[in-house]
Design a binder for this molecule. Structure first.
Ligand code: ATP
Ligand code: MG
Length: 393
């Protein structure tokens, strides 16, 4: 009996053969990369008709857990592998049940088989169920087909048979990078890391960009943003990962000097978007991602979003647009950014609220052309792109 991990993937399997094999290859590479990065031992990784098998592993559960967090994976199971022969299967199921069934437990056997295996699935379930009862006699172990404590799954394939009882839910989505690239506006807050992750999960390679406002922000806020990048990095199954850090102090200073306090956020957000678009073009990325959620704060009213993004000819992805804060927080917890993102820190001393004003919640687009002129946003953007460094992590 060898220990293996079964890896199931979903949507990839629905693609045309060409796309499918491209995606499967990427997924295999990612599994290898992540396992190596975690220093775990395994014999080989094989793809056989719609399933990936990580063979000869030492700690199958640990590996199943790690692999379940790779984009594109629907579920995993730590399992044992035996020859597809009735005797070997019977012996293995008995041994397996000895390990997983505790006294007084109920169980069920669920079998599936390839057609050419001579024993029908239902018959196999009966044979194996009787074997287990007999082998574990005296321990008050019973069969319960409707709600057993443990279900032992037996998957009979042509050459090998797999026995397992746990199915670990995977993150799903598509393999990282198969959908091309996007630039993502990432702060250390709760929302933007979640937005970034959701797009990564759909197969997009993401290059985050962080605007460091210097004297207008706090050391804690900068540190939060950097830590968030490190957490996002953990989800990336590739050797190279970097983000852009924009030196934003001077530009923000210009805005504070020249723009009505109520409108600073609008000018700032539009400048960020425009800079991100420039970086996207440079990177041959096809979209810019933001963490905006409709109506969440003053700058995220529909009116303001319309104004901020007015006439920008580039796709802007806002994956959180229809989510409530609680839904966003739930994802932030799941992906590991919440604890850092939720720490209090002074984010922006240039904001109207910080300076005792109210932010304009329903800007008219005429304001935008005014802002474009008073602060010369396009020139700021050209400067900002130059004042940007790549940070590899
Ligand atoms: P978050 O929780 O992501 O900080 P937020 O709810 O605080 O978002 P805003 O401050 O209005 O929202 O910012 C809207 C979006 O603009 C953010 O989700 C993010 O995508 C981007 N953004 C804001 N500040 C920065 C920054 N310093 N660097 C990069 N992107 C930023
Ligand atoms: Mg924020």
């Amino acid at each position: 009996m060898d220990k293996v991990v079964l890896v199931r993937y979903g949507e990839v399997a629905l693609k045309t053969p060409y796309v499918r094999s491209f995606m499967e290859r990427r997924l295999l590479e990612h599994i290898k990369f992540i396992l190596d990065r975690n220093n775990v031992k395994y014999g080989e990784i094989k793809l056989i008709s719609g399933r990936i098998f990580v063979r000869n592993v030492e700690n199958a559960y640990e590996i199943a857990k790690i692999v379940s967090n790779i984009f594109g994976v629907v579920s995993t199971s730590p399992a044992v592998e035996v020859q597809t022969k009735l005797d070997s299967i019977r012996e293995a199921v008995i041994e397996y049940s000895r390990k997983v069934l505790k006294d007084n437990m109920t169980f069920a056997i669920r079998a599936r088989r390839v057609k050419k295996f001579p024993v029908k699935s239902k018959d196999l379930e009966r044979i194996l169920g009787a074997d287990v009862l007999e082998a574990l006699k005296g321990r008050n172990i019973r069969v319960n087909l409707t709600s057993p404590n443990i279900t032992i799954y037996v998957e009979v394939r042509s050459r090998k048979t797999y026995i397992f009882h746990e199915v670990l839910e995977g993150v799903g989505g598509l393999p990282y990078g198969v959908e091309g690239k996007a630039i993502s506006l990432v702060s250390g807050g709760i929302d933007s890391p979640v937005a970034t992750w959701l797009i990564m999960k759909r197969g997009v390679k993401v290059i985050p960009v962080y605007f460091n406002s210097g004297k207008f922000t706090s050391e804690e806020a900068v540190e939060k943003a950097h830590k968030v990048m490190e957490i996002l990095r953990k989800w990336v199954p590739e050797k190279e990962f970097y983000f852009y850090e924009v030196n934003y102090e001077k530009a923000l200073n210009e805005m504070v000097k020249k723009v009505k306090p109520q409108l600073v956020c609008l000018a700032c957000k539009r400048t960020m978007l425009k800079t991100a678009i420039k970086l996207a073009i440079k990177e041959e990325a096809k979209a810019v991602i933001t963490g905006e959620s409709l109506g969440q704060v003053a700058s995220q009213t529909l009116d303001n979003m319309f104004a901020i993004g007015y006439d920008l000819k580039f796709p802007i992805l806002r994956p959180l647009i229809g989510l409530d804060k609680e839904e966003i927080v739930k994802i932030a917890r799941k992906i590991g950014t919440y604890n850092i993102s939720s720490k209090a820190a002074v984010e922006c001393k240039a904001s109207p609220v910080f300076r005792g004003y109210k932010a304009a919640a329903h800007a008219d687009i005429s304001v935008i052309s005014e802002l474009e002129e008073t602060v010369e946003i396009d020139e700021l953007v050209n400067e900002l792109v130059k004042n940007t460094r790549k940070v590899f992590i």
